[in-house]
Design a protein around this ligand. Structure first.
Ligand code: SAM
Length: 379
C-alpha cells in the first residue's frame, strides 16, 4: 500500500513536470471573446491539460493560462481555430508608464530573444481591434521604425531570415504584452490580411471572398485552384461581390439569385444570371467551385453544401454560416459535425477549415474541398 502511494506521488510529480505552463494571448473579433476562449480551453483540457481564460466582453482579446503537454500546444495550427484570429505565447508583460517607452520595449525584445537561435524575421505591433485599441495606432507607427532599426542594428532582426516573429500587443499605449510567434500563429499582424476594396466590385462583401481565398489557400493552392476557364456557381449572388471575385480570376460563373446583379457583375459575358432558388439549383455538369452567401439557418446551408460535395456537383466550396443561436460555438460545431459525418459516411476524404474572417460579422466562413475517397478517418 505504502509503495503504491509513493509510486502515485512520483507519477503525479512526473506529470507536473511533463505539463508545461503557458500564458497565451488570443485575439478575436470584439464580442466573440467567449467563443475564442472556449475553443482554446476545450482543446487544452482534453487529455492531461488544464486551462483557464480571462477576458472582458467586447475587448477583442483573451488571456489563457494553460498547463498542457508541450506536444499539445505544438500540434495546434492557427487554421485549427474558428473564432481565434491570432494566438501566441506571452513572454513578458510591460508597463510603459515612464516618459521613455522605447528602451523598455527594446529591453523586453532582447529578453524575448534569449534562447531563440535565429534573429527574428519580422516585427508585429498589434492592438485590440476596438476603438480604444486603435488609439495606440499613432504611437505604434511612430515607434515601429525605431524598434525595427535598433533590432536590425543589434543583429536581432533579419527580414530575409527564417526566424520566429517578435510580437508586441498594445492593450493600451502604456500596457503591452510581448511574445514570440512561429508558424503556428497567423502570418498577418492581428491575424488577418489587409485587402483593398476593388472600385469595380458591386458590394463590400466582395472582400469576404477575397479574404477567404487569401486565408484558406496557400499561394501555390491559389495558382492551382483559382484558374482562368474554371466553372463556378454563386448561390445567393446578388448584387455580385463574390461573383466579381470569381470573374476577376477568369472563371465562368452561374450567379443564382432572384435579386439583381450590379456593377462589374451585371451583363458580364462570363456570367449567367439565374433567377432561381439556391436550395433547388444543381448544375447539369459538375463545376470546380460553389460559393454560397445566402442568409439562412446554418444547418440548412451545411446540409446543402454536404449534398453538393457528396454528389460531386462541385470540387471545392466556400460558404458562410450565419450565426443565429446561442451558444454560437455549439451551433457552429453542430454544422461542421454534420458535414464531417456526412462526408465520412459517403466515404469522401477532404479538407474542412472554418474561420471567422475579419470581414465576417455574425457569421463564419467555411472552406470545403473534396480530395478523393476516405481511407479511415480522413476528415
Ligand atoms: C448577403 S447577400 C449576398 C451578397 C453577395 N455574396 C455579394 O457579394 O454581393 C444574400 C443574397 O442571398 C439571396 N438569397 C437568399 N435566399 C436565397 C435563395 N433561397 N435562393 C437564392 N438566393 C437567395 C438574397 O436574395 C441576397 O441577394
Amino acid at each position: 500500500m505504502r509503495f503504491q502511494v509513493k509510486f502515485l506521488g512520483l507519477f503525479a510529480r512526473a506529470l507536473f513536470f511533463y505539463l508545461c505552463a503557458m500564458d497565451i494571448l488570443l485575439q478575436c473579433r470584439p464580442g466573440f471573446e467567449r467563443e475564442a476562449a472556449q475553443e482554446v480551453v476545450d482543446r487544452f483540457t482534453t487529455g492531461k491539460g488544464s486551462a483557464e481564460s480571462k477576458f472582458e466582453r467586447e475587448s477583442g482579446f483573451v488571456r489563457i493560462s494553460a498547463k498542457a503537454p508541450r506536444e499539445a500546444y505544438a500540434a495546434i495550427h492557427w487554421k485549427d481555430w474558428i473564432f481565434v484570429r491570432q494566438w501566441w505565447c506571452i513572454h513578458t508583460e510591460l508597463a510603459l508608464t515612464g516618459t521613455d517607452r522605447l528602451n523598455p520595449i527594446l529591453l523586453a525584445a532582447r529578453n524575448a530573444h534569449d534562447g531563440v537561435e535565429l534573429p527574428f524575421s519580422d516585427l508585429f505591433l498589434e492592438m485590440p481591434d476596438t476603438n480604444e485599441g486603435r488609439q495606440s495606432k499613432k504611437f505604434l507607427s511612430h515607434i515601429e521604425p525605431l524598434i525595427f532599426t535598433e533590432l536590425e542594428h543589434e543583429g536581432l532582426l533579419d527580414v530575409q531570415g527564417d526566424g520566429p516573429r517578435l510580437c508586441l500587443f498594445f492593450i493600451s499605449a502604456t500596457e503591452a504584452l510581448v511574445g514570440v510567434a512561429d508558424e503556428r500563429s497567423a502570418p498577418w499582424s492581428m491575424g488577418f490580411p489587409r485587402l483593398r476594396f476593388p472600385a469595380e466590385a458591386p458590394s463590400r462583401s466582395t472582400l469576404k471572398l477575397a479574404e477567404a481565398f487569401e486565408v484558406f489557400l496557400s499561394p501555390r493552392e491559389q495558382d492551382l485552384l483559382l484558374r482562368s476557364g474554371m466553372k463556378a456557381v454563386d448561390l445567393g449572388a446578388a448584387p455580385g461581390g463574390w461573383t466579381w471575385q470569381l470573374l476577376a480570376r477568369g472563371m465562368r460563373v452561374t450567379a443564382v439569385d432572384n435579386g439583381p446583379l450590379k456593377g462589374g457583375a451585371l451583363g458580364h459575358p462570363s456570367v449567367t444570371h439565374l433567377k432561381a432558388d439556391g436550395f433547388c439549383y444543381r448544375p447539369k455538369v459538375p463545376v470546380d467551385w460553389v460559393v454560397c452567401d445566402m442568409v439562412e439557418q446554418p444547418g440548412r446551408v451545411a446540409d446543402l453544401m454536404l449534398d453538393w460535395m457528396v454528389k460531386g456537383y462541385a470540387q471545392t466550396a466556400i460558404f458562410n454560416l450565419k450565426l443565429q443561436k446561442h451558444p454560437r460555438l455549439q451551433e457552429v460545431r453542430n454544422s461542421l459535425e454534420t458535414i464531417r459525418k456526412g462526408l465520412l459516411d459517403a466515404g469522401i476524404r477532404g479538407r474542412l477549415i472554418a474561420r471567422q474572417l475579419y470581414h465576417d460579422r455574425e457569421e463564419i466562413t467555411v472552406y470545403l474541398r473534396r480530395e478523393g475517397k476516405a481511407k479511415a478517418s480522413g476528415w
